[in-house]
Write a protein of this length. Structure first.
Length: 158
């Protein structure tokens, strides 16, 4: 199987996109799932902290540290967009995609904890995150457009 052109990585802030969510959700090793309001309510009751939303300054810092980390690692970061409740990244690298995702999350957590008015939540991100393989240059162009422009047009998580 050929190597992907890039990875499209998405991870959400803690407590903002729960199993059962009305927008749909993904079950590990199964895929996309339909809304299940009772499941969402049950999971919400289990949260250890309040759901976390990032403000404009925090989103800017997350994007900046992701760019810096990609540069340090020699990865080609095609696009990054930190929203109030999730982060999208499009990156080309030969590194294991889970390691790439986890390094971006770790660096974003570090910068959020170091800033004035640092996030006190024990958990900043949900566990894991989505990694989709981008298999062609045409798909790469579409994903970059989605991350850099479509999110704003859809008013997603500003």
């Amino acid at each position: 199987m050929p190597e992907p052109v890039a990875y499209f990585i998405t991870f959400t802030t803690y407590g903002t996109w729960l199993p059962g969510d009305l927008r749909g959700w993904r079950k590990h090793h199964v895929g996309d799932q339909q809304p299940r309001p009772l499941l969402e309510a049950w999971v919400r009751d289990l949260l250890k902290d309040e759901p976390l939303l990032l403000d404009r300054e925090q989103r800017s810092r997350v994007e900046q540290v992701c760019r810096q980390h990609a540069t340090v690692r020699g990865w080609s970061l095609h696009a990054v967009s930190a929203r109030s409740n999730h982060v999208h990244l499009v990156v080309t690298t030969n590194t294991d995609p889970k390691l790439v995702r986890d390094q971006f999350k770790a660096n974003a957590t570090r910068v959020l904890r170091q800033q004035p008015g640092a996030i006190a939540h024990k958990r900043v991100w949900t566990r894991g995150g989505d990694i989709d393989f981008v298999d062609s240059d045409d798909d790469l162009e579409q994903v970059i457009i989605y991350v850099t422009m479509a999110q704003d047009r859809m008013d997603r998580g500003k």
